[in-house]
Design a protein around this ligand. Structure first.
Ligand code: PEP
Ligand code: MG
Length: 591
């Protein structure tokens, strides 16, 4: 351990979001951007100030070429190409001459001069109505940050895609796109100050099977890079400088976990059927085509939710129709004849494009998001719908619209699908004429008009992550009110029942693809309420199936009746826990 760091055991508690235990050195990411305070430079020192600037520019150029080389090796020449634009900024003589002029004329330090001039350039570029130039503004800001770090002698911020050694990341927050890019070989786990179980960062961690805890308060301020820690993703605990006793206890816990995994292996290839013969369709949620392998390996019966956003947010430009088609086709072909439900783009909220200016919204989750974004950004939507339609020729593809809040949106989206089908027919491009279209039920208004929606759709999928936040008015990202985010709230139970009733009246099935379905404790309640399909994180398919196979439909229905008549979220939760602990006692030994 580095000198000067506190040595006693410290336990920080947060919210568990991704199972597993890991231990290793901490890497603390700092979120504060360097500032460039103004200093006056004496006449005799101005030449040296310009020299400092030149040295920092050379150093930055070396760093960028090195990053470019690594990205090219790891991800390909195309991805590495984005750094060309960064290198060009360092060679922009108009910009650099102006920085030198400011140093001389205003007699100020290099970092202040560079920051002021580069920010002015970036602001001008960002204000122009042109996507290409706006992107250059982002390049300019990235490079400015690197040059400032070098002038100020700060360590280069860790590149999460290429870490030098295995570590546990501690950060105030991690964006979903940063999480998706984590260097899997070297990230043992991560813990953040803020966040909740249903934030997309948490969902991503589960999908990558990286142990994680969020909502730890001030971990990123209290802890220091180099400290040794143990992260318990089962219980949301970070133990810094664990004692031998703590390490021993965690050794025991891991042994129990191995036993649980062995028990779960037994159910992998078996169907999700209750003891009294009721079949539930158990599928998985994926974030990228490559996850299809995980779907099969964990014994899921298809994909109930393919979140397509990650194809968009982790690149320097929008994916073309062809690139999307290849990705959707890959998932469909890998799982054929199992179904793959491809959800159209659900950008907005906490999922933002890195390469487009982000709208400054007061309430992003109530804003320019999902189907609302797509119905306005017609070119983007058109390419995606065509790509999904084309992929439907290659497997059992279904399409699903996110965040439908009323009939108008559904009609508009359906009309567009018809228009693009006609285009494809005219171009002789094949697609499945009978492609099924469904919608996510994740706004209270969609539940209320579910009967109108059901007449025009082939299936519903309840997005409890959003349905809970919108119905209970509890931001799914805010750890301070995480205790109010209650999946077993009587209102949620009744909304789910209402959705099931409307769907079944029109003979269409209902799935739940929000995180509520991934919780083995809550699966019996959903089945009792009449839900036909559960779509869960791949790694949670086995425990959910394990519970279903030990359940009787009669018990699940009794539980649902109790919940529908109850006035208390905690009472409903207690009954769910009682039932699952009774029928599947071996599953809960890591708590
Ligand atoms: C949901 O809201 O429950 C859902 C599955 O969609 P997402 O988590 O991507 O918003
Ligand atoms: Mg949602």
């Amino acid at each position: 351990m580095p000198d000067g760091l506190p040595k006693g055991e410290v336990v920080l508690r947060g919210i568990p979001v991704s199972a597993g235990v890991c231990r290793g050195k901490i890497l603390v990411l700092h979120r504060n951007k360097p500032t460039a305070p103004k200093r006056r430079i004496e006449d005799g020192d101005l030449a040296e100030e310009v020299n400092r600037l030149e040295r920092a520019l050379v150093q930055t150029r070396h760093q960028l070429t090195e990053v470019q080389r690594r990205v090219s090796e790891g991800m390909g020449a195309h991805e590495a190409g984005i750094f060309d634009a960064h290198l060009l900024v360092l060679e922009d003589r108009t910009l650099l001459d102006e920085v030198v002029r400011v140093i001389h004329e205003q007699k100020v330090n290099a970092e202040y001069a560079f920051h002021t001039v580069a920010e002015r350039y970036a602001d001008t570029l960002a204000a122009i109505e042109d996507d290409y130039l706006r992107e250059r503004a982002n390049d300019m800001r990235d490079v400015t940050l690197r040059v400032l770090n070098n002038l100020l002698g700060h360590e280069e911020e860790a590149d999460l895609r290429h870490l030098k050694e295995p570590c546990i990341i501690i950060s105030h927050d991690l964006s979903p796109s940063n999480t998706a890019q984590l260097d899997r070989r070297n990230v043992l786990g991560f813990a953040t100050d803020i966040g909740t179980k249903t934030s997309h960062t948490a969902i991503m961690a589960r999908s990558l099977r990286i142990p994680a805890a969020v909502g730890l308060g001030d971990a990123s301020v209290r802890l220091q890079t180099g400290q040794y820690a143990l992260l318990d993703g089962f219980n949301g605990v970070l133990v810094v400088n664990p004692t031998d006793q703590t390490l021993y206890e965690y050794g025991q816990l891991l042994r129990k976990q191995v036993t649980i995994q062995e028990r779960l292996r037994d159910v992998l290839l078996k169907p999700a059927v209750t003891l009294d013969g009721h079949r539930t369709f158990l599928s998985a949620n994926i974030e990228q085509a490559a996850d299809a392998e995980q779907v099969k390996a964990n014994g899921a019966e298809g994909v109930g939710l393919f979140r397509t956003e990650y194809l968009f947010i982790n690149r320097d430009r929008l994916p073309s129709e062809e690139q999307q088609y290849q990705s959707y086709r890959q998932a469909a072909a890998a799982l054929k004849p199992l179904p793959v439900v491809i959800r159209t783009l659900d950008l907005g909220g906490d999922k933002l494009l890195a390469h487009m200016p982000n709208p400054q919204e007061l309430n992003p989750f109530l804003g320019y998001r999902a189907i609302r974004f797509c119905l306005q950004e017609r070119d983007i939507f058109r390419e995606q719908l065509r790509a999904i339609l084309r992929a439907s020729a290659e497997g059992n593809v279904k399409m699903m619209f996110p965040m439908i809040s009323g009939l108008d949106e559904l009609k508009q989206a359906n009309d567009l699908v018809e228009e693009y089908k006609a285009e494809l027919r005219a171009e002789n491009l094949p697609f499945d004429e009978n492609l099924e279209i469904g919608a996510m039920i994740e706004t209270p208004s969609a539940v209320i008009v579910a009967d109108s929606l059901a007449k025009r759709l082939k299936f519903f999928s309840i997005g409890t992550n959003d349905l809970i936040q919108y119905s209970l008015a509890v931001d799914r990202m805010n750890e301070k009110i995480a205790h109010l985010y209650e999946p077993t709230h009587p209102a949620i139970v009744r909304l789910i029942r209402q959705t099931v009733t409307a769907a079944h009246q029109h003979n269409i099935p209902v799935s739940v693809c929000g995180e509520m379905a991934s919780d083995p404790v809550l699966a019996p309640l959903l089945i009792g309420l009449g839900v036909d399909e559960l779509s869960v994180a791949p790694s949670l398919v086995p425990p959910v199936k394990f519970v279903i196979r030990r359940l009787k439909l009669t018990e699940a229905r009794e539980l649902a009746e109790f919940a529908l008549g109850s006035e208390s979220a905690s009472q409903i939760l207690a009954r769910c826990q009682e039932l699952t602990r009774r029928i599947a006692p071996g599953l809960f030994e890591t708590e």
